[in-house]
Ligand binder design. Structure first.
Ligand code: KG4
Ligand code: ZN
Length: 348
């Protein structure tokens, strides 16, 4: 089965073509970073309008890259949520209309299911069951994954997501949008140990996270440094390094706990913050210490992309799951509502 996938949940317009026999055939992505950078964050209406402009040419480019044509597409998968509602609606409307025009099935996919299954696109995919750490701009959670659609949430953030904490802290450090990668880059020039920030919720049992206090600790430190006129470039880098260290150490410790709790032998890391080099290195070290297999998507499939939606959608479409003719877009869609596919059901 050959599945065309569309992802427009936030500020990336992405299209991919996945074949159940041959794997990923092509993927295209247009990032709106330049469009939103002047505003310091994503402007939802501008995001929707840019998806309208870019989506159809990207579909053509994707089919061209794969050396195939519309007649060879057997099904359509699209991100139906969670995300920005206007942005989601663009992808959903195009996907649903495309499928209707061609008389092929369409399926709305959960964005986080896409992230969770993104490592399945790699040469050595993880084997079920595994523990997954999903760290993105909108979500931070640990889940036990027993199979497609069989997700048990072990813990999640009580306030900011890890990526959100990176982005907000980057902003107070005066770094350009998008903050996460910029902060990570700056942290590489910092010396660890000069500043110490709290490891949120590590002293408490359980697998929940909280990152807003950490950001506040950075703000307080920066204010003091500014008041003392000691906030030079190296100091900024040292603060970034200490912040990243605190986030990474917290995420690694919680992953260790989740592995203890579940007895899982495989750990999967997904979502935008999964592209962070320090996090990847520290989680690999954790895996080595414990004899646990650690699997990541390649960095470009950690952040938003359509390849992950194509993979997840294809697995469900193959099992006969598809939607009715409705255009599905859901800004908030709790992951606990997801179910393993049963033959010829609609999603969720
Ligand atoms: O998964 P994603 O592309 O979008 C959401 O679904 O949220 O994640 C984007 C998030 C942003 O907060 C971004 O700053 C963060 O991932 N991010 C990073 C890095 N690359 C992306 N955070 C830390 N280090 C990075 N290298
Ligand atoms: Zn995402």
């Amino acid at each position: 089965m050959r599945v065309l996938a569309i992802e427009t949940s936030c500020d990336e317009t992405a299209v991919a073509l996945y074949d159940s026999e041959q794997g990923l055939l092509a993927h295209q992505l247009h990032s709106q970073i330049a469009l939103h950078a002047v505003y310091g964050g994503v402007v939802p209406e501008l995001a929707s309008r840019d998806h309208v402009r870019k989506l159809l040419p990207l579909i053509e480019a994707c089919l061209h890259e794969a050396g195939t044509n519309h007649e060879q597409v057997d099904g359509v998968a699209y991100t139906a949520g969670p995300g920005l509602i206007g942005a989601l609606l663009v992808g959903a409307a195009v996907a649903r209309s495309y499928a209707f025009a061609r008389g092929i099935p369409a399926l709305g996919v959960h964005h986080l299911e896409g992230h969770l299954l993104a490592p399945m696109l790699e040469a050595e995919p993880p084997e079920y069951p595994f523990v997954a750490l999903l760290v993105s701009g909108g979500h931070t959670l640990l889940a036990q994954v027993a199979g497609l659609g069989e997700y048990q949430i072990l813990g999640s953030t009580l306030d900011d997501a890890a990526g959100e904490a990176f982005d907000k802290t980057a902003k107070v450090l005066g770094l350009p949008y998008p903050g996460g990668p910029a902060l990570a880059k700056l942290a590489e020039q910092g010396s660890p140990g000069r500043f110490q920030f709290p490891r949120p919720m590590l002293d408490r049992p359980g697998l929940d996270f909280s990152f807003s206090g950490l950001k506040t600790a950075v703000v307080v430190t920066l204010r003091q440094l500014q008041a003392n006129a000691t906030l030079d470039d190296q100091t900024r880098a040292d603060v970034a390094c200490a912040f990243q260290h605190a986030v990474v150490e917290t995420l690694v410790a919680k992953c260790g706990r989740a592995l203890d709790q579940t007895g899982a032998r495989t750990l999967v890391v997904a979502g935008g913050v999964g592209a962070n080099r320090s996090l990847r290195a520290q989680l690999l070290a954790l895996g080595n210490r414990r004899g646990v297999v650690v699997r990541y998507p390649r960095p470009e499939f950690c952040t938003d992309n359509a390849a992950m939606i194509a993979y997840a959608g294809c697995q469900r479409l193959l099992l006969g799951q598809h939607d009715d003719l409705k255009i599905r877009a859901t800004a908030r869609w709790p992951m606990d509502n997801l179910r393993a596919p049963q033959a010829t059901t609609t999603h969720s």
